[in-house]
Design a protein around this ligand. Structure first.
Ligand code: MLT
Length: 276
C-alpha cells in the first residue's frame, strides 16, 4: 500500500475504473475508512482527518469524478455514478467493508453508496449534509451556476460560495482556511463543476429511506452551517435509529476544516466505539 502524505499538491495514485481515471490516496493500515469530499472541493480537504486516522486505519480518499485529478465526464455526474466509482475502487483495493464518511455532496454519495451496497458499509458518517432532493428553485439555480462556471470560470463561483460555506468566525479569524477552500474551488475544472451541479440537481430524495439505515451512524454539523443547517442533521438523527448527532460550535458548512480538532475527536470516538 502506498504511503503518501496528503499535501495539497500531492499527486494521487490513479486507476482506470468504469472507463474513467479516478485519483485517490490510500494510506495507513487497519480497518478501512473512506472519506468523500464535498462540492467543488477535492480529496485534500481531508488532510487533517487523514493525518489523525492513518495511525490506526487504512484511509481511502478519492477525488470524486469531476473534481481534483479525476476525470471530468460528459453529462450529469450523478451521486450513483460516484458511489459506483467508489465501489469499484474498493473492489480493486480488496476492501469488502468500510466506514463511509462524506461531507455535504460526499454525504449524498455516502447515502447513495449505502442504498446500493448496505452490506459493504461498516458505519456511516454524514457531515454537513442533508437527505432531501433539490427543490425546483434549487435545480434552476444549479443550472444557472453550471452555465456561469462554463462561461466565466470558477472565480465567480468561489466569490459567491465562500460566504455561504464558512462561518463569519472562520472568515474573520482563519484566513488560511478561507484560502484553502478558495483554492479548491478555483482548482476545479468548470466542466467538472457543471457536470456535478447537474448531477446533484437530479439526486434522489433520501428522507423516507433514512429509517431503513441500520449501520451505526454519526451525524456531524457546524452550528452555523448555512447550506445544510442543523435542522437537516436533526431530521437525519430522528430518522436514523441509534444515530449520534454532534454539533461543532462556531463552524459553518466545512466543519472538518473549520473545527478540525472537534471534528476529529468525534470521528475517532465514533469509529473506536463502533470497533469496540
Ligand atoms: C457541498 O458542499 O458539497 C455542496 O454545497 C452541496 C450542495 O450544493 O448541495
Amino acid at each position: 500500500m502506498a504511503q503518501f502524505s496528503i499535501a495539497h499538491s500531492t499527486k494521487g495514485t490513479k486507476k482506470v475504473l468504469r472507463g474513467i481515471e479516478i485519483a485517490y490516496d490510500d494510506v495507513g493500515s487497519g480497518p478501512s475508512v473512506v472519506l468523500l469530499h464535498g462540492f467543488p472541493f477535492n480529496r485534500s480537504m481531508w488532510r487533517e482527518q487523514v493525518e489523525e486516522l492513518r495511525q490506526n486505519h487504512r484511509i481511502i480518499v478519492p477525488d470524486l469524478r469531476g473534481h481534483g485529478e479525476s476525470a471530468v465526464t460528459p453529462g450529469p455526474a450523478t451521486m450513483e455514478s460516484m458511489a459506483l466509482d467508489v465501489a469499484a475502487l474498493l473492489e480493486t483495493l480488496n476492501i469488502s467493508r468500510a466506514t463511509i464518511a462524506g461531507l455535504s455532496m460526499g454525504g449524498y454519495v455516502a447515502l447513495a453508496f449505502y442504498r446500493l451496497f448496505p452490506l459493504r458499509v461498516r458505519s456511516l458518517v454524514l457531515a454537513d449534509t442533508r437527505p432531501q432532493e433539490d427543490t425546483e428553485e434549487a435545480k434552476q439555480a444549479r443550472e444557472q451556476q453550471a452555465e456561469k462556471a462554463l462561461k466565466e470560470g470558477m472565480e465567480g463561483i468561489a466569490d459567491a460560495m465562500l460566504p455561504k460555506l464558512l462561518s463569519p468566525e472562520t472568515v474573520a479569524e482563519r484566513p488560511e482556511v478561507v484560502r484553502r477552500v478558495r483554492e479548491m474551488i478555483v482548482g476545479t475544472e468548470p466542466e467538472g463543476a457543471a457536470s456535478v451541479l447537474r448531477g446533484m440537481a437530479v439526486r434522489k430524495d433520501n428522507t423516507s429511506f433514512l429509517s431503513r439505515i441500520i449501520a451505526p451512524t454519526l451525524i456531524l454539523v457546524g452550528s452555523k452551517d448555512a447550506l445544510t443547517p442543523v435542522a437537516d442533521s436533526e431530521l437525519m438523527h430522528r430518522e436514523i435509529g441509534g444515530s449520534r448527532l454532534r454539533i461543532m460550535e462556531g463552524a459553518g458548512h466545512v466543519s472538518n476544516l473549520e473545527r478540525s480538532e472537534d471534528f476529529n475527536r468525534e470521528l475517532v470516538k465514533f469509529i473506536n466505539d463502533v470497533e469496540a
